[in-house]
Structure formats: C-alpha cells, structure tokens
Design a protein around this ligand. Structure first.
Ligand code: AMP
Length: 504
C-alpha cells in the first residue's frame, strides 16, 4: 500500500501530515502528488471530500521550500469559487505548513483591502483568492503576477456555474506561460474539458471517482411530503426528531429567502440552528461556520453557494429541504456527509412538483434512491378540511382585502409581501388540523417562554431592516392560543390575537 513517504514529499510536510493524524494517502493524493512534485500540469477529477485539497497543498508546500517571496510578487496562486472554500484552503496551508515559515495571503471579498495589501507588500508565498477580489487588487496596482510559478484552479465546474470563467481567463493571461497549472473539477462536462485544454500543457489526468458519483458510505432516502412550505417544514422537523444518531446536519434550500425562512422557523421551534448564504457579510459567514464546526450549532441551513467544498469533518446528516434543480448539486450536497470513508445519511424532501428533478438525480447517480415511508403515492391526502382550504380561504380573503385596498389606492407591494411571509411562517398551519395544531401550539408556547427568558439562540444572521417590525407583528400571532378569528381578512385587530389569560 502506498504511504505518504512514498510520494516524494519533504520531511517537514511528512511530519505535519503525521501530526494531522493521516496515515494513508487518499486515491487523489496518491495519484496527483508525485506528478505535481515533478512540476507536471494536472487535470484532477475529484469531488470534495476525497482529500483533494491536500493533493495540491502538500506538493506545493514541498516545492515552496526552495526560494522566497518578493514584495507584491506572489509565488503561487490558488483560485477558489467561494470565500469559504478559499478560507478552508488557507486553513489547510496552516495545518500542513506548520513547520514552514511561509506567508499565506487570503484575498477574498467582504474583508478590508488594507490588511490584504499589507500581506501582499510583505511578499506572499501563497495567494488564495476568489477571482473578483484578485482582479480588484490587480487593478489597484497592488500585484505583479509575473512571479507566479504554480497556478491552481479549484472547483472549475463550480467556477463555470458561477460565471467566473471570463475572470479566470483574464487572470491566466497575467501569469507566465511557463507556470505549472493544477486544475481540479468534480465533473468534466464539455465546457470544462475545453477550458482544461486551453489552460493545461500536456497534463496528467488523475480521476478518482466517476463524475457525479455519490459516496457509498452515505445512506440516501427520499421523503414524500405535501408541497406547501409549512408542510415541508413539519416534515423536516419530524425527520430531524426521528434521527437518533444525529450529531449535526446541513439543511439545503434552493433559494436564499428559504434559507432565511427555514432558519427562523427552526429557531422558533427550539432547534439549535444557524444559517449560511451568499448575502451574509463575510464576518458573519465565518463566525457561523466556526460555530457549526465547534459544535455550538447542531443544524446549519445553507444555500448551494455555501455548499461546495465546505470542509466540515464528520457531518452526520444532510437534509435537502428542496430537491436541487441541478442534479449535480445533489451530488455536491450529499458529499457533505460520508466524507473520508465515514458513514452518513442524506434525506431529500420530495413533493409532487419535484418528480422531474428526482428522475434526473437518479439518472445522474445511476441508482434508484429508496423512499423512507413510501413514495408520493403513499402520502395521506392533504387534510382538505384544514390546511389547504384554510390557507386558500385566507388567501381569498387577503386578495379580496387587497383588491379593496387597491381600489382605495391603499397598500403597497411590500405590505403584500409581508402578508405572504406571515403565511409562509406557518401561522396558517396552526389554525388548522386540531390535533397537530395542539402540539404545535404547545411547542410555540414553550418557545415563547424561552424567548421571554432570553435563552433563545442569539445567532441571528438575518437582521433585515424590516425584521423587527415583522417580529413585532408576529409576536401577537405567536401568542395565539386558539383559533384565529376569521372574517376579518387582513384586518384582524392585533388585540384579538392576544390570548385572554396570557401571563407571559
Ligand atoms: P477535501 O476533499 O480536501 O475537502 O478533504 C476532505 C476531508 O478529508 C478533510 O476533512 C481532510 O482533512 C480529510 N483528509 C484529507 N486527507 C486525508 C487522508 N489522507 N486520510 C484521511 N482523511 C484525510
């Protein structure tokens, strides 16, 4: 069996690898490291979770032992599609480079230019960047790219999805032609292959897993659900509660707004949850991720931008609150669990609307995913007397109200939106289905008490401007201890929603 010592890495690197507790190279490491050390170009096809990062970090560290950096002239450049990934690569350099004295500069958006400038001024051995921020620095005249010896393009397929290819082409033109290029992608569609052909010279191709294959150690299940957001949220809560072995989980939504809504809902229901998506500022994102890594948060609600390559060892579960629209995203999402040979579980909530995407996923991964408690045809009919009817009735009333208001020239578009938000937040569900409503109400009450006692989770990453107003407005609804009076349309006076005997 190949060992790290067989790969040609330096003593300093080998000792750091031993300290990190790794004994055997993963297939991408065993395949790529010897070629990288021979200064060959590499086209690596590997998913995250395969040890891909170390497959370029370890040989780079070894090669960087000779020579030193000059001011403003980085010696190596690594491009990553997201800030989180860039930060993770920097962490890898710290971990494996602890016996080296190298300057690592992380150039990502959302943090000030000044500190980054200082690092560039000192001379960076390794520059880890998102493409936009690198070009910003370049345009400000703070960088000379003519000293770059090794150029790494990581997660190329993600770069393509995110529209970064023109930036990368521009950057590649700034770097000497004689450089060594290491190119990694989880999948190799035609556009990516063309890109690789343009950037790489006589590359060694190292492929470790079939493109778009899922780890064998992940148990995958589809879970049938009715399609309204509050119904999906109830399905998710039940599912989470059923998991006896849940250590921590990432929950994926397709849209940023749903990340926010689901996070709020889980928080209200007393789960230890945080959220991560591209609109949060960098500091909040890093803090959130660190909290999750440290085990202070059990559930992390995330969008796909946050998904690629997050190195969070030992995530026990992945939940897809939404079926991903692009089937490749399914592979990336569930790749967050079952990493480096560990076991994991991935549950995907599926509604009738999702059958097309589910078929595409099964086709892509080349296997049928089992259903947890029967497929969509086994779903009990939606409670006609309750949720659906009530919500549509409320909507009718609302739209009547709106028409009335509109004819009065009254309400703005934004106030319509907040009505819908209120409904999305599950208030309608509480009005209906008496038995379930009772348990939800009790849960709410205990949540409200908790919140009054100040013990509620303070990790709120979405302090939207209208947040307070909505919170205030919903507070009365959250106190709701009985059926909401109907017949008022939008115009239920707040006092009618306050519980008569409420003490808290
Ligand atoms: P990556 O694919 O780079 O995101 O790495 C996935 C995970 O595997 C990370 O948590 C690494 O720390 C871990 N890892 C990297 N190399 C090895 C190895 N040789 N043996 C065991 N785990 C590893």
């Amino acid at each position: 069996m190949t060992t790290f010592a067989d790969l040609g890495l330096s003593q300093k690197v080998l000792s750091a690898v031993t300290d990190a507790g790794y004994t055997t190279p993963t297939p991408i490491q065993a395949g790529a490291i010897p070629f990288a050390l021979q200064r060959r170009d590499i086209c690596g096809i590997a998913q995250t979770g395969t040890g891909k990062t170390a497959s370029f970090v370890l040989p780079m560290l070894t090669l960087l032992e000779k020579g030193r950096a000059r001011a403003r002239m980085p010696r190596t450049l690594i491009l990553e599609p997201t800030r989180e990934l860039a930060a993770q690569v920097a962490e890898n350099f710290e971990k494996y480079g602890k016996n080296h004295r190298l300057n690592i500069a992380l150039l990502i958006g959302g943090v000030s230019f000044e500190e980054q400038d200082r690092k560039l001024e000192r001379g960076a051995d390794v520059l880890i960047c998102t493409p936009g921020r690198l070009l910003d620095h370049f345009e400000r005249g703070k960088l000379l790219m003519s000293g770059v010896e090794i150029f790494v393009i990581d997660e190329a397929d993600r770069m393509l999805d995110m529209g970064f290819i023109p930036d990368i082409e521009r950057i590649a033109k700034l770097i000497p032609f004689t450089r060594q290029t290491l190119f990694f992608s989880a999948t190799m569609p035609t556009e990516i292959q063309k890109l690789a052909d343009r950037f790489l010279q006589n590359p060694e191709r190292v492929e470790v897993a079939k493109p778009a294959s899922t780890a064998k150690t992940v148990t995958q299940r589809f879970v049938a659900s009715h399609g309204k957001d509050y119904e999906k949220r109830a399905t998710l809560r039940d599912l989470i509660r059923e998991q006896t072995d849940l250590k921590n989980a990432i929950i994926f939504c397709n849209r940023k707004k749903d990340v926010s809504d689901l996070f709020r809902s889980l928080d209200r229901h007393g789960f230890s949850a945080g959220a991560l998506h591209g609109d949060m500022d960098q500091r909040s994102r890093m803090a959130m991720l660190q909290n999750f890594k440290d085990g202070n948060l059990q559930l992390l609600v995330a969008s796909d931008v946050a998904a690629r390559g997050l190195d969070i060892p030992d995530v026990s579960h992945v939940f897809n609150f939404d079926v991903p629209i692009h089937s490749e995203d399914y592979v990336h999402r569930i790749g967050r669990t079952g990493r480096a040979g560990r076991s994991g579980a991935a549950f995907t909530i599926v509604t009738k609307r999702d059958t097309k995407h589910v078929d595409a996923i099964e086709k892509l991964i080349g296997e049928d995913v089992q259903w947890l408690n029967g497929d969509l045809s086994a779903l009990p009919p939606a409670d006609e007397s309750s949720d659906d009817n009530r919500s549509s009735r409320r909507r009718d009333q609302k739209s009547k109200g709106r028409d009335r208001d509109r004819s009065r020239g009254g309400r703005s578009a934004s106030s319509h939106k907040s009505d819908i938000d209120v409904e999305d937040n599950g208030v309608v569900a509480i009005e209906a289905a008496p038995a379930k409503a009772e348990s939800v109400r009790n849960e709410r009450k205990s949540e409200n008490n908790k919140s009054h006692n100040g013990s509620r989770n303070n990790n709120r990453p979405f302090p939207a401007a209208n947040d307070d107003n909505r919170e205030r407005r919903n507070r009365y609804r959250d106190h709701d201890d009985g059926p909401t009076p109907v017949g008022f349309g939008d115009d239920i006076p707040a006092f009618m929603l306050i519980v008569a005997n409420a003490k808290g």
